[in-house]
Write a protein that binds this ligand. Structure first.
Ligand SMILES: O=C(O)C1=C[C@@H](OP(=O)(O)O)[C@@H](O)[C@H](O)C1
Ligand SMILES: C=C(OP(=O)(O)O)C(=O)O
Length: 439
């Protein structure tokens, strides 16, 4: 893998009307569910980032014919639930936790076996959270001794529906079980300890699957036929989040983000930033079905530290690296608890952010399930993103408030979720440059 670093000179601002790329979570689901539905699924707004492309390549390896992507458009010839074919080789899911966990559920119900691998980061992430409940449904999946990939999924004889109370609020676990439930006898019911993103439920329903949502319980059966259709992928609020924070902490300018996905299970970052005093204006558009979308405008504001309400944690789970930068620029203390999940993302996002903030002169105390950050002046310095796309982009935005240049090592993975980040941010006024490094 090549290496890349970002260098951000101080003094930039953010300005203009911007459009971020498509939602990563919805892009994965469009490919997976479109592939196992009957008929054609036309996708627009697909995220052409490495993670969603890994899902697409895996589906092709499983025998599905997919045209595109061309300018965000895909045309998927759904093969139906039982139309997949064995992949000739292991499926390499790169850096993408969502791909590995959702494919575990999908492949657990097939008549053939599969093997799933990924990059060094993905091979360290916990997989028993899906393989254990899938085992209770009758699947046989072998993990490494630490419960990590490679995963070897044996051919399925028969899956049965279970009633599963999830120990963690995880949309990946919920989705893996619901997708496996399409192949199980009887109903599969999942109960969430807190609300997590519901894109799978929405898309399954749009495709005609038998899904019932009742408070924290979601259940599915494989009885109803699933027909593909059109999927319009909105812009990714997780990508927009960097600009929400950047424009809030900058010394001037204002940003309008169009076509941002506003699914209420994803908008926790807007709630958190507003509680901190951010000036964010949201204009939702009328949407008939599928996923809500709208325009979000933001301008600089004097932020103050807050205690982040625990119920917002799963609704902003990927946005915490950016929120921590907002906290560093706020007056007073920000405290986050109940967010131990951040330790098992592409990197340990609590430890890596705490180290980086400290390198920029900010007092940041990591805790097992969160962090305490005391706002103050941001100095220039050198930080390590550890190959975590969201850490790299969060520290890039810190450059808008820093008094000297910030160098960020380990930025190559930004393309997993946000291809074109450097160009978009630079065009809006961030003094960022990206350098390839040898080795
Ligand atoms: O279902 C999804 O698309 C995702 C769910 C979240 O993970 P968890 O389910 O592990 O919380 C999130 O962090 C990830 O980026 C995408
Ligand atoms: C955690 C993330 O993704 P994944 O779990 O799919 O690797 C993310 O994009 O921040």
């Amino acid at each position: 893998m090549h290496k890349r670093r970002f260098i951000i000179e101080p003094g930039g601002t953010l300005n203009g009307t911007l459009r971020v790329p498509g939602d990563k979570s919805i892009s994965h689901r469009a490919v997976m569910l479109g592939s196992i539905a009957e008929g054609r699924t036309e996708v627009s707004g697909f995220l052409e980032g490495d993670d969603a492309m890994a899902t697409l390549a895996a589906m092709r390896a499983l025998g599905v014919s997919i045209e595109g992507p061309q300018a965000g458009r895909l045309s998927i010839d759904g093969v139906g639930r039982y139309g997949l074919r064995p992949a000739p080789l292991a499926l390499d899911l790169g850096n993408s936790g969502t791909s590995m966990r959702l494919f575990s559920g999908l492949l657990a119900g097939q008549w053939f076996g599969s093997r799933l691998v990924g990059d060094a980061s993905l091979m360290r992430r916990p997989m028993r959270r899906v393989t254990d409940p899938l085992g209770r449904m009758g699947a046989t999946i072998h993990t490494g001794p630490d419960g990590t990939a490679p995963l070897s999924i044996e051919p399925s004889t028969a899956l049965r529906g279970i009633d599963y109370v999830m120990p963690v609020a995880s949309a990946q676990v919920k989705s893996a079980l619901l997708i496996a439930g399409l192949y199980a006898e009887g109903r599969t019911r999942v109960t969430e300890p807190a609300v997590s993103r519901d894109h799978t439920e929405r898309m399954l329903r749009a495709f005609g699957a038998d899904v019932v949502v009742d408070g924290p319980h979601v259940s599915v059966s494989g009885d109803a036929p699933m027909r593909g259709g059109s999927v319009v992928v909105p812009g990714d609020i997780s990508s927009a989040a960097f600009f929400l924070v950047g424009a809030s902490i900058a010394s001037g300018g204002s940003v309008t983000l169009t076509n941002v996905g506003l699914n209420p299970t994803r908008t926790g970052v807007i709630d958190i930033l507003r509680r901190m005093g951010a000036r964010i204006h949201v204009e939702a558009e009328e949407t008939d079905a599928g996923e809500p979308v709208g325009t979000v405008s933001v301008e600089p504001a004097a932020l103050r530290g807050i205690d982040i309400p625990p119920e917002l944690v799963p609704l902003a789970i990927d946005e915490f690296p950016a929120v921590f930068i907002a906290a560093a620029c706020a007056t007073g203390e920000t405290r986050l608890r109940g967010a131990e999940e951040l330790r098992v993302k592409e990197s340990d996002r609590i430890a890596v952010m705490a180290d980086g903030l400290a390198a920029l002169g900010i007092q940041a105390e990591p805790q097992p399930d969160g962090i305490r950050i005391v706002g103050g002046p941001i100095r220039g310095g050198r930080v390590a993103a550890h190959g975590d796309h969201r850490i790299a982009m969060a520290f890039a935005m810190a450059g808008l408030a820093a008094d000297g240049p910030i160098t960020i090592d380990g930025c190559a993975e930004v393309d997993t979720s946000f291809p074109g980040f450097v160009e978009l941010a630079h065009g809006a006024g961030l003094a960022i440059c990206s350098e390839e490094q040898a080795g």
